[in-house]
Ligand binder design. Sequence first.
Ligand code: GDP
Length: 462
Amino acid sequence: MQQNDLIAALGTTLGEAAIGIVRLSGEGAVELAACIFKPRKKDLDLKKIASHTMHLGYICGNDGDVIDEVLITVMRAPHSYTRDDVVEIYCHGGIIPVRRVLDLVLKKGARLAEPGEFTKRAFLSGRIDLAQAEAVLDLIRAQSNKGAELACRQLRGGVSDKIKDMRNQLKRIMAEIEAEIDFPDDVDPVPPGVRAQQIKMVEDKAAELVRGSSLGRVYREGLRTVLLGKPNVGKSTLMNLLLDEERALVTEVPGTTRDLIEEMLVVEGIPLRIVDTAGIREGVGLVESLGIERAKKAVEEAELVLAVFDAADEITEDDLRVIELLKGKKAIILLNKVDLKEKIQGPHLFGQYTDGDTPIIEISAKMGWGKEKLVDAIVQVIGGGQISRESDLMTRKRHQIAMEKVVDRLQSAVKGVEAEVPLEFIALDLWDAWSALGEITGETALPEEVINAIFEEFCIGK
Ligand code: GDP
């Protein structure tokens, strides 16, 4: 399909609203608009108006009937989202006028855009790279302020800039190697120690991005979390405390195969998808004898377990069962009710029951103590303790896989340099790493299915 044929779509959702936007992009956008737009100022010619200016007028149907009073703007190529001519028509919101205007432009020869096609064009025309295009979707879909912030940073080129720097560094190293291969008599060879160091520097950056990517994905997708603990330790109270945070999206999904109900809550920007909230709310302790199987299943599927204990109580059999379930899981132990005078458990004492790697923090769900410590513990458990919350984080699995390949190839290159293997082999590894980096930004050619899969996730009109 021609890349700049004329497409149209709603830029807003169909429904009652103040305005609804019909967007056009591609060759002939302005001409088509001029043919259905009757300006309020008689002498105004849409084809001649300055780019990015707004004009009042009417959209008229075939018989000259006025469909809606609108504002219209033209964004001329290449200074538009898609880099083609773009026209936006601001109709009165409401299903009928917006739909009639869209129908009219389709009748006049525009084609209904595919999902994400505007953004796909922005990518194909080079206005944004692939990681930025993905960030557009992430921004629209963000589930938390932090998720939106990361998407925004990526959209502005945060991750892409890092990748470009890394690619440039690799290119320089590859050029030196190539010169040594092609003109062995004319160039001074770079000492292996120096070369290994140069490659290592890029590898370190890639490794840092890989480490951050699990946390980045958590910000984007949420973390499947289970709250575990015998009855009355304070799970519901903790849930309520955390719910006071940024207003969470409540997603109750009963009837899934798991038949566990899930609720999203956002703690300091980290979206936690709390599994089996019904169990918590109904006071069904997940570890009572009947609930143990259910608990096991929930824990198995969870990416994070928050295990709650009563700091004012002796450790019981039930508590030990909970601790048993934590083995091999990413977990945080919460000693709750530390506000009580009769507090008898401390992290130090409690540590004897655990493997030593699981953070133990003291909280009071009732008083709201320890929330900040909890968030730090989550970041530490997920990011492996090496990630600051302020880093640029990759947020997609696709990026993570490519970056893991980069690390792998660069490690191999460093080893090769140190073992003084022939330079051709080093060059191959570096080339692979360089291409994998380009897969993230889309500079390396990707199979069409991959590109399509990315844009199919978008809504029509974006
Ligand atoms: P769940 O069965 O684990 O969901 O426990 P609940 O959240 O229903 O709490 C059981 C009881 O412990 C309630 O009376 C709460 O008010 C009380 N509770 C929960 N957290 C705390 C806390 O941090 N301090 C104190 N003093 N009481 C708490």
